[in-house]
Design a protein around this ligand. Structure first.
Ligand code: PMP
Length: 361
């Protein structure tokens, strides 16, 4: 008799929810995933195509990603031995959570993958609430940490999906408290480019792990992230890392982009920051919409007079895809999240939003 496949599946996975990604139909204005809306110019695309054509795809990639390591070390001012690369920063979280023990603690609402990855590797996860205005209060940490086995404190700043950045002194204070309880602190700086303040090389943050991604500044399709950590930890993580996790195309493209295109990406980031402020003002001027001031490339907003799921659908039918995060956490009730688009995309979104919340007369 054939086996029931469910017999082979871990019980805790049977009713678990993974990270959901909606398919965006062709032509949709895609403001759901914190992507850079500008894309790369034709000259860069051509250059990348030439580089790709020279790769020996019959060979395995460089397992140590040496060229990429050297290029990133130069740009970010970090010794190359302290860099650990992953197929997106998600993969780094997976390796890190696999390699360590104790509880994963984080203030919520935050990036949902912390919880999902912790659960997937059967790690204990403990979320505790941010303040209602989404600020973070390190004083509340001692009580939370004292009841848990020492593991990792994760702080995303700017945070997703709130867009709020925590002051550096609060994060350093949190890292200090974490240290007292035997926890290591991981600062997820995915949205760092849109904020500009980093804990990398900051005094008092020497033992803090810093996570970065190339996704938000314009290279989400490459799938490339990195962790800055003490060399001993990088070596330990290497034990678990699958040998060729960084493919040849990603490695070569990233080297070219870092060496030749980085200033252009930084310019695009500056433009996105300007557009963010414009978008915020536009949203704040709409009755029934309360945007949260953001230091990232997206804006969380609360809606009144209509349910977020109805508004999401109205926007979707007008060709604009945002993210409905209203059921992700009690503090997110009534909220949606929109990514900053081009000037034209933001204008179309604002018009759709205005019409979406307008009362039928
Ligand atoms: N950290 C945060 C805070 C994020 O919001 C995201 C993506 N939404 C990631 C990490 C993962 O990014 P990636 O895997 O594309 O590097």
């Amino acid at each position: 008799m054939a086996h029931d496949p469910m017999e082979w599946i871990r019980d805790d996975l049977k009713n678990a929810r993974g990270y959901s990604v909606l398919h965006a139909p062709e032509g949709t204005i895609k403001l759901d995933a914190m992507e850079n809306p500008f894309g790369l110019p034709d000259s860069v695309r051509k250059r990348l195509a030439e580089e790709m054509s020279e790769l020996s795809l019959n060979r395995y990639p460089d397992a140590q990603a040496k060229d990429l390591r050297d290029a990133a070390s130069g740009i970010f001012g970090v010794p190359s031995g302290r860099l650990f690369f992953g197929n997106g920063s998600d993969e780094i979280l997976l390796n890190l959570f696999l390699a360590t023990k104790g509880t994963i603690v984080t203030p919520e609402p935050t990036f949902s993958m912390y919880r999902i990855i912790a659960k997937s590797v059967e790690r204990k996860f403990r979320g505790f609430p941010l303040n209602p205005d989404y600020s973070f209060d390190p004083d509340s940490l001692s009580t939370v940490l004292s009841g848990e086995k020492p593991g990792i404190l994760v702080l995303a700043s700017p945070n997703n999906p709130t867009g709020v950045a925590y002051p550096m002194e609060k994060m350093l204070q949190a890292a200090k408290i974490a240290r007292q309880f035997g926890f290591v602190t991981l600062l997820d700086e995915a949205y760092y480019p849109f904020h500009g303040e980093t804990s990398l090389n900051a005094p008092g943050a020497e033992d803090v792990l810093v996570l970065r991604t190339f996704s938000k500044m314009g290279l989400a399709g490459l799938r490339l992230g990195f962790l800055v950590a003490p060399e001993e930890l990088v070596s330990l993580l290497d034990v678990l890392r699958l040998p060729y996790n960084m493919d040849s195309m990603t490695q070569r493209a990233a080297v070219i982009l870092l060496k030749e295109v980085y200033p252009l990406l930084e310019k695009q980031v500056q433009e996105i920051r300007r557009l963010r402020e414009e978008l915020y003002s536009g949203m704040a001027s709409i009755d029934g919409i309360s945007p949260v001031a953001s230091r990232a490339n997206f804006i969380l907003f609360r809606v009144r007079g209509i349910s977020p799921s109805d508004l999401f659908l109205k926007l979707f039918h007008k060709g604009v895809l945002v993210r409905d995060v209203s059921d992700h956490h009690p503090l997110l009730e009534g909220t949606l999240r929109v990514t900053v688009g081009t000037e034209e995309e933001n204008r179309i979104f604002l018009n759709a939003l205005r019409e979406g919340v307008a009362r039928d007369t």
